[in-house]
Design a protein around this ligand. Structure first.
Ligand code: CA
Length: 374
């Protein structure tokens, strides 16, 4: 009895100290929080879907399991392209998706992912984290009851799989290509016929010749989807995705209701997942590209006149949209001004270093094949 009294008093004493603020706020016990995350991607794409699984694991680890985020693949709660609505209307607390899937609502959504001839992954991260991009985009997302946290990037994407070679701008005429977003609108100006086809149906469409070409992401994902079996030519680069960024969108009310320490943990975990996804793509793409080329895939660069024509039409499209949409105009101007500075800087040290590493030196001995060593 005496001992219990003592423990009781001691306990009250500790509680008093905690209340006085000498222990971390965490010790006061932010309660259990259980969120559902709707992903726009299938589980089979373990890099892009894997990023949200990684995020959920890190959040659980950092909160001793008190803040749990359960992941749902595309179609489990809502179809992949309805994730943003599901977050916005509170069906789920958060979602992992590509902002540019929603340009039908407002083309300004494109800037959350990327736009044709936009920044590469490094430059996008710089724009978002240091250049004011995050504040600008979250101002825009707020109108849709959303809070966005940067969470992943694919790096520069491949231009996709073509059944026939593209040797000139004229070869784009009549080309039926599965491609989404603003890039589709650019290609329309050059006579191509963009198609919207859900991820799971692309392979069949390409196999049957319903489409002539498709783009997706890069070697690792594209190989999983089997496009190399039904198209021979693998083009680069995707001038429309110099680096495609992903976000975790959080419902505005859910964000406000989230304890401050959980917000900080979620911000830290999404930043970590952002790195996790890009590094995983960079690592896996290198290996997958070798496998594809070894299996007969023919690599092709888009001819420079094709790149230039697409660039010209992209600028025309930006001017058209900006004339009608002040929100688009404001963010476009901001991103491109930032990008101009970045390109000037990158062409000095970064590009010259990369150029020499790629073509000016002998590969490291460890990278040579056993046959080459002999
Ligand atoms: Ca793509």
């Amino acid at each position: 009895m005496e001992r219990r009294k003592f423990i009781g008093k001691a306990g009250a004493g500790i509680a008093g100290i905690v209340a006085a603020g000498s222990a971390p706020a965490f010790a006061q016990g932010a309660g259990e929080v259980k969120w559902r995350l709707a992903s726009s991607f299938p589980k089979s794409l373990d890099t892009i879907f894997g990023a949200s699984e990684f995020l959920a694991r890190r959040v659980a680890e950092a909160t001793s399991g008190k803040f749990q985020i359960r992941n749902f693949a595309a179609g489990e709660i809502v179809p992949g392209l309805q994730v943003l609505d599901a977050v916005s209307n509170g069906t789920v607390e958060c979602g992992h998706t590509a902002s540019y899937y929603y340009i039908g609502k407002d083309p300004t959504f494109a800037f959350g992912t990327t736009v044709p001839f936009g920044p590469n992954a490094r430059q996008f991260n710089s724009w978002w984290v240091q250049g004011g991009g995050e504040a600008l985009m979250n101002d825009f997302y707020k109108e849709h009851s959303l809070r966005a946290l940067l969470c992943g990037n694919t790096g520069a994407q491949m231009g996709g799989w073509f059944r026939k070679e593209i040797k000139s701008v004229a070869d784009l005429r009549g080309l039926k290509i599965r491609i989404a977003g603003l890039a589709g609108q650019v290609l329309t100006k050059l006579g191509a016929v963009p198609q919207q086809i859900a991820g799971g149906e692309i392979y069949q469409a390409l196999e049957r010749g319903t489409i002539d070409a498709t783009e997706w992401v890069g070697p690792y994902d594209d190989e999983k989807l089997g496009f190399n079996k039904v198209a021979k030519y693998y083009y680069y680069p995707a001038w429309w995705e110099g680096g495609a960024a992903l976000q975790v969108f959080v419902n505005g009310k859910a964000w406000e209701a989230l304890p401050k320490e959980y917000r900080a943990i979620l911000e830290a975990a999404t930043a970590e997942a952002n790195t996790w996804m890009l590094t995983r793509y960079d690592t896996q793409n290198a290996v997958a590209l070798k496998r594809l080329v070894g299996g007969g895939t023919q690599l092709r660069a888009f001819p420079r006149p094709v790149m230039e024509a697409c660039h010209k039409e992209s600028l025309a499209l930006y001017a058209e949209i900006s004339a009608k949409n002040p929100k688009f105009a404001k963010i476009h101007e901001h991103m491109m001004r930032f990008l101009e500075e970045q390109v000037l800087w990158f062409r000095v040290a970064e590009a010259n270093y990369d150029g020499f590493m790629q073509t000016g030196r002998k590969p490291a001995a460890a990278a040579k094949s056993p046959a080459a060593k002999k």
